[in-house]
Design a binder for this molecule. Structure first.
Ligand SMILES: [Zn+2]
Length: 403
């Protein structure tokens, strides 16, 4: 019997015997961590072995599936798309030993390895950076970093042309709901999202006052309806906020001078995604717009269309804190600026004293007496007020925290 078969049999036995009611909460948490780690390792084994079976066509002996993807999908109970991604990840890992090793040690999940390898395969020099992102950040940031790597390694003009050609807005109806999807050049989508943001925030604030909590996506949908149906919509305000967002580009100096995103470089609309350097140059050519030039680590120079500090500071913070600053929270939408030193006392807004928080964490620190402390990596730890015993509630969403 192979070791993997023994592990499977042991796991089957262990799961069948599990009686969560007999465990105290701490043991349950510890065992959940162990099980998650085991699942990561078994996922890695599945990917590696399935690729070997696919390469040798041996899967055909036991299955009537038409393709190796279908075989893996049926066997694992996942979609064919997910199975294809698993096999593609295993394929890429053949030429990325460092990522393969982290996957085999259980340090990376298969989903993380898929993101790291998708970026590293087009730009091997980005592999260490992607591995660091996987270790220290959430899945959302890892995916965004991979997108940056892929964008930098792609022929920008061609990719941009393709995005333009493939642009679409489709809808299809199921029952009483109509679903939709759209795709287009990122700078155009950014205009749409930026126009919706203030309307979505207004809906969120309205709902909060009424004591209602719905998803961010629901408020964005409401915002879209408001934007397109409101006859009395303040057109100048909407148009200007949309063009402002599309005009705010984060780019490193090397890429800007080269005319192409360098490996490890950045050219993106913050909070939306990578755009061709050509777009940044176009923004710059208008002279009066906002362009943030970085050295790849921190904001080096802020060029703004006004002489006031606040807009520049706003951009610098938006660029630095692209997700909520609370460690472990990777929310990147509807972020709100938080003063660590009460503005009423200090009468100043500085780069070091401000940070972006998601609405739920901002609510905890402004209304529920939670406090924050700085971490060396720029994130903040969240601490529950003294009347919550233990630190277990820190970093919990407000729903659980208040319960
Ligand atoms: Zn948060």
């Amino acid at each position: 019997m192979f070791k993997i078969e023994e592990v499977r049999d042991l796991a089957r036995e262990a799961v069948a015997e599990l009686d969560p009611a007999c465990l105290d909460g701490r043991d349950a948490a510890m065992l959940a961590e162990a099980a998650a780690e085991g699942a990561k390792l078994l996922d890695a084994a599945t990917a590696i072995l399935a690729k070997r079976a696919a390469d040798t066509n041996a899967w055909r002996r036991t299955s009537r599936a038409a393709t190796a993807e279908q075989w893996l999908a049926t066997m694992s109970g996942c979609t064919e798309g997910a199975a294809r991604e698993t096999l593609a990840t295993a394929q890429r890992l053949d030429s990325l030993p460092a990522t393969a090793e982290r996957l085999r040690s259980g340090e990376l999940s298969l989903a993380q390895a898929a993101q790291v390898s998708a970026g590293a395969i087009v730009d091997p020099s980005a592999e260490p950076r992607l591995l660091r992102t996987a270790k220290h950040s959430g899945m959302r940031e890892l995916r965004a970093e991979k997108e940056r790597v892929v964008a930098a390694a792609t022929d920008e003009l061609e990719a941009h042309q393709r995005a333009k050609q493939d642009r679409h807005l489709r809808t299809w109806t199921h029952g009483f709901a109509t679903h939709g999807s759209f795709s287009g050049p990122t700078e155009d989508v950014a205009k749409i999202l930026a126009a919706l943001e203030p309307l979505a925030k207004a809906r969120f604030a309205q709902a909060r006052t009424a004591g209602v909590r719905e998803s961010r996506d629901a408020y964005r949908f409401d915002a879209l309806v408001t934007a397109v149906t409101s006859v009395t919509a303040t057109r100048p305000a909407t148009a200007s906020s949309a063009s402002n967002a599309a005009a705010c580009v984060l780019v490193d100096l090397g890429s800007l001078l080269d005319g192409k995103t360098a490996s490890g470089g950045t050219c993106e609309i913050p909070g939306v995604g990578p755009v061709p350097v050509e777009h940044a140059r176009e923004v710059l050519s208008h002279g009066l717009l906002q362009l943030v030039i970085t050295d790849g680590v921190d904001v080096q120079t802020v060029v703004s269309n006004t002489r006031h500090i606040p807009p520049a500071l706003k951009i610098a913070i938006a660029v630095r804190d692209r997700t909520c600053k609370i460690r472990g929270c990777d929310c990147d939408r509807m972020l709100e600026r938080h003063h660590t030193v009460d503005y009423v006392d200090s009468h100043r807004s500085t780069y070091t004293e401000l940070g972006n928080l998601c609405p739920k964490h901002h609510d905890l620190v402004t209304n529920k007496h939670y406090t924050t402390t700085d971490n060396r990596d720029g994130t903040w730890d969240l601490h529950a007020p003294a009347h919550f015993t233990g630190s277990a509630m820190a970093n919990a969403p407000p729903g659980e925290a208040a319960a």
